[in-house]
Design a protein. Structure first.
Length: 148
């Protein structure tokens, strides 16, 4: 069981690195550089990148859900059963993660209902990144929190 616990943890952390790191790269490196291009080139570049990024985001969401629930239910919960502060923070972390999943899906998707989010992608990607940093901070605290 320990090997599976380690693999699940590595998958979860590696996925966070790719998704959060990729979001930071897109927002603070790619978007400013692409804004210097002529509008048609910017649109073409964005379209090509979003096709690949969307696939990574969707795979990331699946990996987060699988590894995250395994890590919580199988690895952490037995040590923190009845630990209300721990479980409350874990619940907040999970809800924030669902918010991130929604925003990334809206930013990479094509649904017309979320066109407003895509049209203001700098703001919403920045919010997504801030939520991601908050999730990482909570996860860091929960990792070292003593059962109690």
């Amino acid at each position: 069981m320990e090997a599976l616990d380690i693999v699940s943890r590595v998958v979860h952390v590696a996925t966070a690195i790719v998704v959060l790191g990729g979001s930071i790269f897109i927002r603070f490196v790619l978007m400013p550089a692409a804004a210097l291009l002529p509008e048609e080139e910017d649109r073409t570049l964005s379209h090509k990148i979003m096709g690949t990024w969307k696939v990574l985001v969707m795979i990331g969401i699946v990996l987060f859900l699988g590894s995250g629930f395994y890590n919580y239910l199988v690895v952490s919960l037995p040590n923190h059963r009845g630990d209300s502060p721990y479980n409350a923070l874990m619940g907040i972390k999970i809800l924030l993660a669902f918010g991130i999943f929604f925003l990334l899906s809206a930013l990479t998707g094509r649904a017309t209902a979320f066109e407003g989010i895509r049209n203001n992608s700098k703001l919403w990607l920045t919010i997504t990144i801030l939520l991601g940093v908050l999730v990482v901070a909570i996860a860091g605290y929960l990792k070292v929190a003593q059962p109690g």
